[in-house]
Design a protein around this ligand. Structure first.
Ligand code: SF4
Length: 297
C-alpha cells in the first residue's frame, strides 16, 4: 500500500542507527569491460592504481582497520566482468583470512557475474553477502555498457539468493538516465528483495566517456527517498560512492531522507573522508553507530 508523505517522514525520523561498511579493493583497474562510468576499465586509461591481487596480509590489516573504524561490513571487491577460477580462489582465500580474525565483520564479496556454483563456494569460504549492482535500468543499460548484457547482472542476483547468501544490490544515478529509467531500475531491484541497497552517485573523471553528473543535490536527496519508498523491504539503504561530491556540506542529511548506511573510508578508486571525521560528525548529530548487523536472513 502506498505510504503518505507523513508516514514516510515518520519512517525517516525513526532512523537512529547507522550502519558502516568498508571496502577493500583487492584487485584494481584490470577490467576489460566498457562501462562508461567506471575508472576500473582498462579501456579509458584513467589515472588510478592498477594491480592484480592485493596481498592477503594487507587485506587482513584493512579488515582490522575497518573494524576499528566501527564498520560491521567488509567488502572484498575485484575488478572484472566476473569470477574466473583464479579470482574465485583468491577471493575465497581472502575471505577465509578475514573470517579467521573473528572480528564480527560480515564479509561481502563483490566480484561481478557469478554462477550458483561459484557463489556456493564463496559461501563455504565464509562470505556472508554478495554485492552485485544492476547499475541502471535494463532499457538504458546499452547506453552505458555494450560488452555484457544487463540480464547477466540480474541473473547473478537471482543466483545469490539461490546460494543462500544475502543480496546487496543497488545502482548508480547520474549517468544521463531518465526518471523513468530510475523507476525501472528501482522496480527491478525491489523484485529481487535485497537486504541492502547501495546507491552511488556518478563521480566524473576526465578519462571517462561520461563527463558529467547532471543531478542536482535536491534531486539526489529525492532519489534516496524514492529508493527507500520503492524498496521498503531493504534493511539498509546505503549511500556509497559519490556521497561527499554529491551532497557536500549536507552529506549527513542523507539520513533524514531514508538512508541508514554508508561507506566509511576510501572508495574503490577515489578517496573518502577520514573515518574519524565521519564518526565524530554522525555521533554529534545524535545517531548511533550499529555494533552488529541485525538483518534477518
Ligand atoms: S564490469 Fe565492473 S569493474 Fe568492469 S568496467 Fe564495468 S563496472 Fe567497472
Amino acid at each position: 500500500m502506498k505510504k503518505t508523505l507523513k508516514e514516510r517522514k515518520v519512517i525517516m525520523s525513526e532512523i537512529k542507527t547507522i550502519f558502516l561498511c568498508a571496502i577493500s579493493n583487492i584487485e584494481s583497474g584490470t577490467c576489460n569491460e566498457d562501462c562508461k562510468f567506471c575508472t576500473q576499465s582498462v579501456r579509458y586509461k584513467a589515472d588510478i592504481e592498477r594491480y592484480k591481487s592485493k596481498e592477503i596480509a594487507q587485506i587482513v590489516i584493512e579488515a582490522k582497520r575497518a573494524r576499528a573504524n566501527k564498520a560491521i561490513g567488509f567488502c572484498l571487491v575485484t575488478a572484472g566482468r566476473g569470477l574466473t577460477k583464479k579470482r574465485l580462489k583468491f577471493v575465497c582465500e581472502a575471505a577465509r583470512a578475514v573470517k579467521a580474525l573473528d572480528l564480527g565483520l560480515k564479509i561481502i564479496a563483490c566480484n561481478g557475474i557469478a554462477t550458483l556454483e561459484q557463489l556456493l563456494e564463496l559461501k563455504s569460504a565464509g562470505v556472508d553477502n554478495y554485492n552485485h549492482n544492476l547499475e541502471t535500468a535494463e532499457e538504458f543499460y546499452p547506453e552505458i555498457c555494450t560488452s555484457h548484457p544487463w540480464s547477466e547482472r540480474y541473473e547473478t542476483c537471482v543466483n545469490v539468493k539461490k546460494a543462500g547468501l544475502k543480496l546487496v544490490c543497488g545502482g548508480i544515478f547520474g549517468l544521463g538516465e531518465s526518471h523513468e529509467n530510475r523507476i525501472s531500475m528501482l522496480k527491478s531491484i525491489a523484485s529481487l528483495e535485497p537486504m541492502n541497497v547501495p546507491i552511488n552517485f556518478f563521480h566524473p573523471n576526465p578519462a571517462l566517456p561520461l563527463v558529467e553528473n547532471p543531478l542536482s543535490r535536491d534531486e539526489a536527496f529525492d532519489l534516496i527517498e524514492l529508493t527507500r519508498k520503492m524498496v521498503p523491504s531493504a534493511h539498509k539503504i546505503m549511500v556509497a560512492g559519490g556521497r561527499e561530491l554529491m551532497f557536500k556540506e549536507d552529506e549527513y542529511k542523507i539520513f533524514e531522507r531514508g538512508a541508514n548506511a554508508f561507506v566509511i573510508g576510501d572508495y574503490l578508486t577515489t578517496a573518502g573522508k577520514t573515518p574519524a571525521d565521519d564518526i565524530e560528525a554522525i555521533e554529534a548529530l545524535g545517531y548511533e553507530i550499529a555494533k552488529e548487523c541485525m538483518a534477518k536472513a
